[in-house]
Design a protein around this ligand. Sequence first.
Ligand SMILES: [Zn+2]
Length: 288
Amino acid sequence: MKDLSLMTWKEIKEVDKAKSIVLAVMAPIEEHGWHLPLATDLLEGNFWSKGAMEIIEKESDIQCYYLPTFPIAAASVNEFYGSIHFTMSTTCDVAFGLMESLYCMGFTNIILIASHADPQHQIAVEKAVRKINKKHGLCAFAPMGQIFMGVGLKKPLELEVFEKEHSNDFHAGWVETSSLLAMDNNYVREVYSGMPDSEITDRDMISRKKQLAAMGKYGFLGAPRYASHEFGVQLNENCIASIADAVIKFYKRDGYQKYEHYFLYKILPLHIGFFSTFGRVRRKKGVK
Ligand SMILES: [Zn+2]
């Protein structure tokens, strides 16, 4: 795998595009509680992408390229201290511009890794993917929305059972804390094991006010105290294998469809953020 940005334009011109894929990560710099860094989603996107590229190059003749990460994303809750968000329209424009630039270089297997599960982000990215595929023919693919919805490869039974028992873990809870513990435990502040659970149902997740109330003074939604290195290894491995599966299938243009369209895209009220009156980013000056 090679970092496209460290190559010269002449070297890129010589790449066999038909045998190549390019991965780009788009995720926010965003608060993740008292215990995880702002770059959590970017770290996840990079770690999963690199892991997937390793598998892809081992299991196929595909040559993998990647770009530096794009810390640009949309989110439904903006006003928490520390977050840097953009509108759905900006996110969609950046995703489109990024992918069309790669298309103009000759790449026709462009994979956008949107490693931030918020529906606003997933919909903004998918809108850009639909637009570019309509304009230039099928050349781009963003499988993370569907992987977050659980369509990827089967998880180990123990993890699946635990997930069912401790669901509603949406943001910086045991899932993300485990994931980062398994990447590098220096990313995680020890305070995670002693914080109270923050409870919210998936139904209440559609209300920004209820999300903010549940986040309280901490900024997470879920139960970080259950996090473990072992769960993190399993979660990361499953995500990496699912991305590799999706990308290889897309490259072959065979069997990738289950990853293709984000399930919640068809829910029209979730597109409201594309209108400037509703979609502004609510930035608020924090207290010191
Ligand atoms: Zn996150």
